[in-house]
Each structure stands twice: as C-alpha cells, then as structure tokens.
Design a protein around this ligand. Structure first.
Ligand code: SF4
Length: 467
C-alpha cells in the first residue's frame, strides 16, 4: 500500500508499478475545493476517495477550502475558532487551553501549519517545563550550542565587536571551561568586565583594553595595601581581567585571519568554529549535548562540501582504448542508438556530453604505469548499429583546465539545486521524466535563461555556454 497523494519521481513510479504482489488501494478523504496538482494525479498511487460523513463541527474542517459547500454547524463544542494578535499569542493561547482543559499531555496533539509554529510551541513548552516531542525533530540551532554558534558567527562576521561578544557571554549559551578554574569568572562577570574595559571592535581591541583594565585594578589593589578587603577584591578583579584576556586571545588566535587576497580557507574557519563550540558551548540538557555533536559533524561536512578542492565521484566504463602511435592514444565509446549529425555538433553540448573528456583524462592516468609517455589526444563515439549507419564522431581531447571548468560549473548547478529544463523540445522525446514535466517548460526556461535578473540560473547559463 502506498502513502496516498504522494507524487513519486517517474523512475520510482515505474519501480513501484513493477513490484510483484497484491496492490492495496489506500483510502483518502475527499477534500472539497482542494484539487490535486496534475503532477500528483499522474505519479501518486490510485486511491479511493472517501467522502467523510460530517458528524461533528470538527469534521467541518474539511470544507476549509470551500466553505460554501459546508453544512450548517451543530454547535457541539468540538470546534472552536479564535483570533490572536500574532504567532506568539496564538501559540500561548493554545497552550493555555490545553492547560485549562487538564488533559494529560500524552493525549494532546498540536497540529501546526508550518514548522515555525511547531518550534515556537516547543520553546514555550520548554519554558513551562512540559515534556513534549516534535514530530519532525528539533533543529540543532534551537539548542544552546546552536544559538551559541549563531552568535559566534555574528561576532566574527561583524568585525569582532565587543558588544557582540558581550551579548554572547550574557546569552546563557556560553560556558567557557577555561574561565572557571583560573579566576572563578562566570560568563556574566566576563561580560561586565568587557564593558568596563571599553573595548570597541576588531581583533586588536581586546588585549590592550583588558590589559589596561587589569593594570587599573592592580593599581587600586596597591593603593589599598592596608585594607585587606579592598586589596583582595581588586587583586581578584585584576586576575579575572587577565584571565578573560587570555581566553579571548586563545579564541581569536584560532580564527584564521584573511590572507593577502582577503580570503580565508573554509576548512580553517569551520575548524575554528567547531573548536569554539566544543570548548565553550553550554550543555545544560541531553538535547544540548546531542546538538553539539550534530553541529560538530555538520561543520566538518560543510568544510568537506565547500573546501578549497571540490571532489566529484564519477563512475563509468571505458569501452575501448586505441593506440594510434607511439605514446598516442584515443578512447572509444560505442553508442547503440542512431546518429543524427546536428545532435553531435560541438564538444561539451552545454555540459551534457562529458564522456569523451572524462574517459580521456581517466585513460591518461590508467596508461601511465604501462606507458610513461602516454598521451590521450582524443575520443571517438562509434555508432555501429543499423540506426547509427556505422558513423562516428571524433572529438580532440580538451585541455585539462577546460574539463575542470566544465565540471566546476556542473558542480555549481548541483550546488544551487536549480536544474533548468531542456531548451529544445526535441530533447524531451525520450525523456522518462516527461510525464512529470510542465508542458510549457521548454519555452519558459528559454525566457528565464535570457533574463539576467534570474541570478539563480547563472550556473546553468555558464554550463550551457560550454558548447
Ligand atoms: S524539459 Fe524535457 S528533457 Fe527536461 S525533464 Fe522535462 S521532459 Fe525531460
């Protein structure tokens, strides 16, 4: 049985249809005024629509999209509609009603229109000490380590403003181990010391301002040589200012400074953020501990994904390598379909023809151990079938930099997640996704690609320029 009204991709649809066994048609509610999108109608499971009997006012909710077809309410108290002045007030009112009704929490379910509402309800419940779960989970940024990471990024991106660091320390999300043992300094005290130090912004503001503050306290301690209480208090404050200065110095040192080209390596930035989190994030609950682990892993993934060198794993099989002469080779690839010369113009066909270049580069690496002078000078697509009439298409090997450029643009397209449809309807003839595609997609995409305001399509434009 399939989940009703879930449009699968055409490939998954074909797979599900080919599965053996007995098909159970799921039943789904008939919802007035809510037509299924064409894509869902084509690719979702066949379902039996059931017109639910409306026996309570709560059942009237299915007429939300077509209130005119709804029967008259029964006023049976099963449905109550209220207005609230904003999202927070709305969630507060829901929780108030749950509390007033006295239901055990494990018999209450709050259905939210969006995940923002769910998170808000969860936050409110946390403050009330209610133990609740959220069906889609809690984003790591909602836990203390997540909030701390956001503040840390704000501080770094904002030019190391002293006020940002103060807010970070006062947030309750930061619990630096390094401050406690030496000076017995809490994050709140550290924030107040920062305020007294009158630092401004920039990496260089902290050391001199905190050193000056420590010196002032030390001078006061000397002045109160005869008063044990005053002397001790000032001496302790001087030690705390030095301790805070040392902690900030350690944090700043770990954050990479921009190189001459004003750039920093993503890997170093992410490692500094991960180290800061590991050493300073408050873990007041199990959720915080889990979030700290998840964020550490996410930062490592980010560094891998955006690292200086991108890696794309490619799989394929070279059909044949021809030796053309001493140290000179070409790769050959057999095509079983027909040959239509206009389709085989150009080299990369807008990023859709890559085999010849990738196989060429791979073959060069494979041949090196057997022929130190091996050079792959080109590739040949062969069409030996009847439809192909024994034709072939030869393409000289592109410079390595050109292949890297094309693959880089292809990776950018994948990175943006914006995949423009074909700009020529002929390309759709054999496409297995055609049932799911908008019939006007081809014309529309051409217009969108021509519009420079569609900046999100820039990687697609670059890729298609590789003819
Ligand atoms: S535009 Fe054409 S080729 Fe692209 S997905 Fe749609 S049907 Fe397939």
């Amino acid at each position: 049985m399939e989940l009703p009204d879930t449009p699968w991709s055409p490939l998954v649809r074909s797979f599900l249809d080919a599965l053996p066994g007995t098909r159970v048609r799921p039943q789904a509610l008939e919802l007035d005024g809510l037509p299924l999108p064409a894509r869902a109608a084509r690719l979702a499971a066949f379902v039996d629509r059931v017109a639910a009997r409306t026996t309570t006012d709560a059942g009237l909710l299915r007429f939300l999209q077509s209130p005119r077809s709804a029967p008259k309410p029964r006023k049976d108290d099963s449905l109550d509609v209220f207005h609230a002045g904003g999202r927070d007030a709305e969630v507060d009112e829901v929780l108030r009603r749950i509390f007033a009704a006295g239901h055990p929490l494990d018999r209450v379910e709050v259905v939210c229109a969006s995940s923002e509402y769910a998170i808000l309800a969860w936050e409110r419940a946390q403050r009330l000490g209610w133990r609740v779960t959220v069906s889609e989970g809690i984003p790591a940024v909602m836990a203390r380590p997540g909030r701390l990471l956001l503040r840390y990024c704000e501080w770094v991106a904002g030019g190391f403003q002293s006020a940002d660091l103060r807010r970070l320390l006062q947030s309750g999300d930061c619990a630096p181990d390094a401050l406690e043992p030496s000076g017995g300094l809490t994050p709140g005290q550290a924030a107040r010391l920062l305020l007294k130090a009158e630092g401004t912004w920039g990496r260089d503001t902290y050391a001199p301002s905190l050193a000056a503050l420590a010196a002032r306290y030390a001078k006061e301690a000397d002045r109160f040589e005869d008063s044990a209480g005053e002397h001790q208090w000032n001496t302790r404050k001087a030690a705390q200012a030095r301790s805070l200065g040392a902690w900030i110095d350690g944090v700043l040192t770990a954050i990479p400074a921009p190189a001459a080209d004003n750039l920093v390596a993503v890997r170093e930035v992410s490692a500094a953020a991960a180290a800061f989190l590991a050493a300073n994030a408050s873990r007041a609950s199990g959720l915080d501990a889990l979030a700290a682990v998840a964020l550490g892993a996410a930062l490592a993934d980010l560094a891998d994904a955006l690292g200086e060198k991108r890696r794309i794993q490619l799989h394929g099989q070279i059909d044949r390598i021809n030796r053309l002469g001493p140290g000179e080779y070409e790769v050959a690839d057999y095509k079983t379909g027909g040959f239509w010369a206009p389709d085989w113009k150009g080299e990369f066909a807008g990023g859709t023809r890559l085999q010849h270049a990738i196989y060429g580069a791979a073959a060069a690496a494979l041949l090196k151990p057997v022929d130190a002078k091996a050079r792959v000078t080109g590739a040949r697509y062969l069409f030996p079938a009847v439809k192909g009439r024994g034709r072939h298409k030869s393409i000289p090997a592109p410079p390595k930099g050109k292949l890297v450029e094309v693959l880089g643009d292809l990776a950018d397209v994948m990175g943006t997640g914006v995949f423009a449809s074909a700009d020529d309807a002929d390309k759709c003839t054999w496409c297995e996704f055609a049932p799911a595609c908008h019939p006007d997609a081809v014309d529309e995409v051409s217009e969108k690609l021509e519009n420079p305001d569609n900046t999100v399509l820039e990687p697609c434009r670059r890729l298609r320029r590789h003819v």
